[in-house]
Ligand binder design. Structure first.
Ligand code: ZN
Length: 215
């Protein structure tokens, strides 16, 4: 059996296992999804969203791309946020980066990377905005780790700039947005403990899309 063919065998075993544990599992799954969480993470194969959070199918709405970017002209991520907030009523939006991120590493190289240039430019912009802090870190590994964290913080901020998040929070008190970093070295999630209300208040001085002054 080839590794590709193995996937179908894995799938049959998985489906049987689910049914054994819960005969109603697929009936429930087929009816609807009502996840409380929207997770935006890196495409890296070592950071599987459901598994690191211990969640089952139906528990989390997921979007992944190279280096977990939330770019405001990316229709893909913007559609995911809009749908997650307006139709799925998610209560939390998590942007999760990870140490050892190849996308962040690539953005630290002074090289032409072809089609990746415009994508990674978003991370080079993060570097520029925090150049003083990053350049003050002599150890390159620490600088790399810190850029991963700052990139998460910037993408977290980008999520809060969206009309969907601002308007929903004003009307219903959710979702709140969180920034995390996953550590491949120990499997643990680090919450950057970013202050959502404080960030929202600061952002709305310039990016308010609710037509009100939020307090
Ligand atoms: Zn990555």
């Amino acid at each position: 059996m080839t590794p590709y063919e193995q996937l179908f065998q894995n799938n049959r075993l998985w489906a049987e296992e689910q049914l054994r544990a819960d005969p109603d599992f697929f009936n429930r799954l087929a009816r609807e999804q009502r996840p409380d969480f929207l997770y935006i993470g890196c495409s890296d194969s070592r950071v599987p969203a459901n598994q690191i959070m211990g969640l089952s199918p139906g528990d989390v709405f997921v979007h992944r791309n190279v280096a977990n970017l939330v770019n405001n002209v990316d229709l893909n991520v913007m559609s995911v946020i809009n749908y997650g907030v307006k139709h799925l009523d998610v209560k939390h939006i998590i942007v999760c980066g990870h140490y050892g991120c190849g996308g962040v590493k690539a953005a630290m190289q002074p090289r032409d990377l072809g089609i990746l240039n415009p994508w990674l430019r978003n991370i080079r912009d993060v570097y520029r905005m925090h150049k003083a802090e990053l350049d003050s870190l002599e150890d390159e590994a620490r600088r790399y780790d810190r850029l991963v964290e700052l990139n998460v913080t910037e993408q977290y901020t980008n999520i809060i700039k969206t009309a969907a998040v601002q308007q929903s929070f004003l009307a219903r008190g959710y979702p709140t947005v969180h920034g995390w970093v996953f550590d491949l070295r120990n499997g643990l999630i680090k919450d950057l403990n970013l202050d959502f209300r404080e960030t929202l208040r600061n952002i709305q001085e310039v990016y308010d899309l609710t037509g009100t002054v939020w307090r």
